[in-house]
Design a protein around this ligand. Structure first.
Ligand code: HPA
Length: 285
């Protein structure tokens, strides 16, 4: 089957629909990962659109991702929230996975806060910890699955994208300041993307640790690449949902555990955002 690549006109059509429905598009957007949908309760809500009502928008099928776009304010500042995301393992193409980010870019979003649930590789991490992503390893991407593969429209971004400062140093420093004010501990580390949906074997976990990973998950990285291609500034935060066994015979992670961990992660993330969003606007977007 021929691969489908989206054009700027495809993104623009959806962006125009959103502008029409929402009136204004906030400069700051947040993507909420598995089990983290209730973070949206931090929002003083103005509007919401289920993904299924947005023409051409991929609708996630997995439990814990309801698929709803919300706008409103956090601590008085405007934010657009994507509650739920499509994953590659659901059968979406890597272009479909990153379509929402390209739509946000075309609609005028400047700062993207990307969250996810991730398994801990770093033995000092506990379930419920927050980890600021400092860098990533794109395992599917290094094996060929990069969202920028295919024709490049220079109006959307350059052919070859610099990823050295993909996780914006200024935003990271603001996030650490906001965490201190909120009284939330914020770990830092490297996120490794795997395609999923099967979890890692003990040998794979040892490999992921060996190559320098602190957390592993099945999302985020394609979105970060698409955002950086479009010049958006990115902050990435993993909520540690499980610690992964490295010995055969131990009990492995399950999706219910990942969703349950959300209950520990959500209040911390809400507190962090309460301080962080105003700081981002004060810095200038
Ligand atoms: N592995 C991969 N992806 C994940 C995990 C994990 O242990 N937990 C949450 N997402």
């Amino acid at each position: 089957m021929a691969e489908v690549f989206f054009s700027r006109a495809d993104y623009q059509r959806i962006a125009d629909f959103l502008k029409e429905r929402l009136g204004r598009i906030p400069a700051v957007s947040i993507i909420l990962g598995s089990g983290l949908n209730p973070v949206a309760e931090e929002l003083e809500k103005e509007a919401s659109i289920p993904y299924r009502e947005i023409p051409g928008f991929p609708v996630p099928s997995v439990a814990g991702h309801e698929g709803c776009l919300l706008t409103g304010t956090i601590s008085g500042f405007p934010v657009l929230v994507l509650q739920g995301r499509p994953h590659y393992y659901e059968g979406y193409s890597i272009q479909e996975v990153t379509l929402p980010v390209k739509v946000l870019q075309v609609a005028g979003v400047k700062v993207l806060i990307i969250t996810n649930a991730a398994g801990a590789l770093n033995p000092s991490f506990k379930v419920g910890d927050l980890m600021l992503i400092t860098d990533h390893i794109n395992l599917p991407g290094m094996a060929g699955l990069n969202p920028l593969r295919g024709p490049n429209d220079e109006a959307l971004g350059p052919r070859f994208v610099d990823m050295v400062n993909a996780y914006d140093p200024r935003l990271r420093s603001l996030a650490q300041k906001a965490a201190k004010k909120a009284g939330v501990e914020l770990q830092e580390g490297i996120y490794i993307m795997v395609a999923g949906p099967s979890y890692e074997t003990p040998a794979e976990v040892r490999f992921l640790r060996l190559i320098g990973g602190d957390a592993v998950g099945m999302s985020t990285v394609p979105e970060v690449i698409a955002a950086r291609h479009g010049g958006l500034r990115v902050l990435g935060i993993s909520g540690i949902s499980n610690v992964i066994p490295i010995q055969p015979g131990e009990k492995g992670p399950d999706h219910q555990e990942v969703l349950e961990a959300g209950k520990k992660i959500v209040p911390k993330l809400r507190a962090l955002l309460r301080y962080l969003i105003p700081m981002i606007y004060e810095m200038g977007v």
